[in-house]
Design a binder for this molecule. Structure first.
Ligand code: HEC
Ligand code: HEC
Length: 402
C-alpha cells in the first residue's frame, strides 16, 4: 500500500513546486536559511573575552542603558537589520552600505551616497568600542543624545534612507523572516521602533575592539609609557609622541584629547590603576584648527547648539582602526594619515574657538614641528591600532545569503 502513497506525494509536491515557482515567497524555509545564514545557537556577543588589561580601563566609560543590555539574540536581530537593504525607501541601502566591516564600519569615501544617490553632509564614522564613549552623544556634532536615538535617525534621513518610522515598522512587519528574530530577542513577533532601536544599538555596541598590536603591548607591559617589546623602534617612537613623552613641555599632545582620563596623570609614575590606556575616543568634541574662521558650511556642534563658542567643535572620534577608516575628519578632507599628522605638526590654524589644548603659552596655535622621522613614526604607531580580528569576524559580517 505504500507505493501509491509515494506517487501521490510526488505528484502533489510537483504540483506544489510548479504552482509556486513564480512566487517563492509563499514557501519560505522555516529557518529562513534561504534568506540569511545564522548559526543555530546565536554567536556570543554578550560575554566578550576582554584581556585582563582591558576591562579595568573601560568600566567607567560604558554608555549602555540599564534597559538595553547586550543580548546574543538582540544583537543577532540588530545585525540582520543593519545589513538589510529593504530598510530604505527604494530597497537599495542598508546601514552597511555606508558602514563597511572591512573599513572598521566606516566608508572609504569622504561623503557617502544615500538611497537616491545624494551625498551625505559628513564623513561616515567607524564604530569600535562605541559603547565606551562616556559622553553618550553620537554623530560628529553630538546631535544624538544617545546611541538608541542615533540608530533610528539614518533610517528617517531624507538623503540616507528616506523612510518614516511608521513605514519602517510596516515594512519589517511584512517580512516574515523577522518573526523568529523578534521572538527570540524580545519574546514576541510584534515590531516596534523601540525594539528596532534597541537591537541596532546592541549591534553597534557589540563591536568591541581589543585585539590590536597595541593591546598585545599592554598585555605584556601593563604600562603604555614604557616601550612595548612587540613594537618596532619606530612604533615605540610614535607611541612616545602620542603620549606626550617626547614633548613634555607641550601640554596637550594626542593623548590629552584621544584618551580621556589618561592625561592629567600622564607624567606621574607609576601610572595609577584607573588611568585609561585603551579607549582612544575623546571625552568631548573639540576644535583642532582645521579652518581659520567660522565662515564655513559646517560649524558642527556649535551650529547644532546655536552657541558660537562651540563653532568648529566636532566629536573626537575613536582612533581604533584609524588606518582603515579614512578619509579623515568630519568632512573627509584628509585622504591619508600622513596628512593628518602634518596638520598637527605644522598646519593648525588660529580659529577663534581653537581648543586650549591646541595652543602654546602665547595663545597661538601650537605646532608639534615633527621631523620626517617622527611624523613617520606617529603614523606607524597609529597603524598598530588596527583590529584585524574584528574586521574579519564572521559574527559582524553580512548574514544575507544573496
Ligand atoms: C547613506 C550613508 C549612511 C547610512 C545608510 C547610514 N549611515 Fe551611519 N553615518 C553616516 C554618516 C555620514 C555619519 C556621520 C553623520 C554626522 O555626524 O552628521 C554616520 C554616523 C553614524 C553613527 C555615529 C557614530 C559616532 O561615533 O558618533 C552611527 C552609530 C551610525 N552612523 C550608525 C548607523 C546605523 C545603525 C545605520 C542604519 C540604521 C546607519 N548608520 C546608516 C552615513 C550613513
Ligand atoms: C584638542 C584635542 C585634540 C588633540 C590634541 C588631538 N586631536 Fe586628533 N582629533 C580631535 C578632534 C576633535 C578630531 C575631529 C576633528 C574634525 O573632524 O573636525 C580629531 C581627529 C583626528 C583624526 C581623524 C579621525 C577620523 O576618524 O577622521 C586623527 C587620525 C587624529 N585626530 C589623530 C591625532 C593625533 C595623532 C594627535 C597628536 C598629534 C591628535 N589627534 C591630537 C581632537 C584632538
Amino acid at each position: 500500500m505504500k507505493f501509491p502513497k509515494i506517487i501521490l506525494l510526488l505528484v502533489a509536491s510537483t504540483l506544489f513546486i510548479t504552482c509556486n515557482s513564480d512566487d517563492s515567497n509563499e514557501t519560505p524555509n522555516d529557518d529562513y536559511s534561504d534568506i540569511y545564514s545564522l548559526p543555530p545557537t546565536p554567536f556570543n556577543y554578550s560575554n566578550p573575552n576582554f584581556p585582563e588589561t582591558f576591562t579595568p580601563y573601560v568600566l567607567g566609560f560604558n554608555n549602555t542603558p540599564t534597559d538595553n543590555p547586550i543580548t546574543d539574540d538582540g544583537v543577532t536581530l540588530g545585525r540582520v537589520v543593519f545589513y538589510d537593504k529593504n530598510m530604505s525607501a527604494n530597497n537599495s541601502k542598508a546601514c552597511a552600505s555606508c558602514h563597511f566591516q572591512e573599513f572598521g564600519f566606516s566608508d572609504n569615501v569622504s561623503k557617502s551616497e544615500g538611497f537616491e544617490g545624494g551625498a551625505t553632509f559628513r564623513n561616515s564614522m567607524g564604530f569600535a568600542n562605541a559603547g565606551f564613549y562616556s559622553a553618550e552623544n553620537f554623530f560628529w556634532d553630538h546631535r544624538a543624545a544617545t546611541l538608541e536615538d542615533q540608530v533610528l535617525m539614518p533610517l528617517q534621513d531624507p538623503v540616507e534612507r528616506g523612510m518614516t518610522l511608521e513605514g519602517i515598522i510596516e515594512k519589517i512587519s511584512a517580512l516574515d523572516y523577522y518573526n523568529p528574530l523578534f521572538e527570540n530577542a524580545f519574546g514576541s513577533t510584534q515590531v516596534t521602533s523601540d525594539k528596532i532601536s534597541k537591537a541596532l544599538s546592541q549591534f553597534v555596541r557589540s563591536i568591541y575592539s581589543y585585539n590590536t598590536k597595541y593591546d598585545k603591548g599592554i598585555e605584556i607591559t601593563n604600562d603604555i609609557f614604557v616601550d612595548f617589546p612587540n613594537f618596532t623602534a619606530s612604533e615605540n617612537l610614535g607611541k612616545d609622541i602620542f603620549n606626550g613623552r617626547l614633548t613634555p613641555e607641550a601640554i596637550g599632545t594626542c593623548i590629552t584629547c584621544h584618551m580621556p582620563n589618561a592625561t592629567p596623570l600622564h607624567f606621574e609614575q607609576p601610572i595609577p590603576d584607573n588611568a585609561n590606556q585603551v579607549i582612544f575616543s575623546g571625552a568631548e568634541p573639540d576644535n583642532i584648527g582645521l579652518d581659520l574662521d567660522i565662515n564655513v558650511i559646517d560649524n558642527g556642534m556649535g551650529a547644532f547648539l546655536e552657541i558660537e563658542s562651540f563653532y568648529g567643535h566636532f566629536k573626537t572620534p575613536s582612533l581604533r582602526n584609524i588606518e582603515i577608516t579614512g578619509p579623515y575628519m568630519h568632512d573627509g578632507r584628509m585622504a591619508t594619515l600622513e596628512e593628518v599628522v602634518e596638520h598637527y605638526s605644522t598646519g593648525v590654524l588660529a580659529h577663534p574657538y581653537l581648543s586650549a589644548h591646541m595652543k602654546n603659552g602665547e595663545g597661538e596655535p601650537r605646532h608639534l614641528n615633527l621631523t620626517p622621522e617622527e611624523s613617520a613614526a606617529l603614523v606607524d604607531f597609529l597603524k598598530t591600532l588596527t583590529d584585524y580580528e574584528l574586521i574579519n569576524d564572521e559574527k559582524f559580517s553580512d548574514p544575507f545569503v544573496n
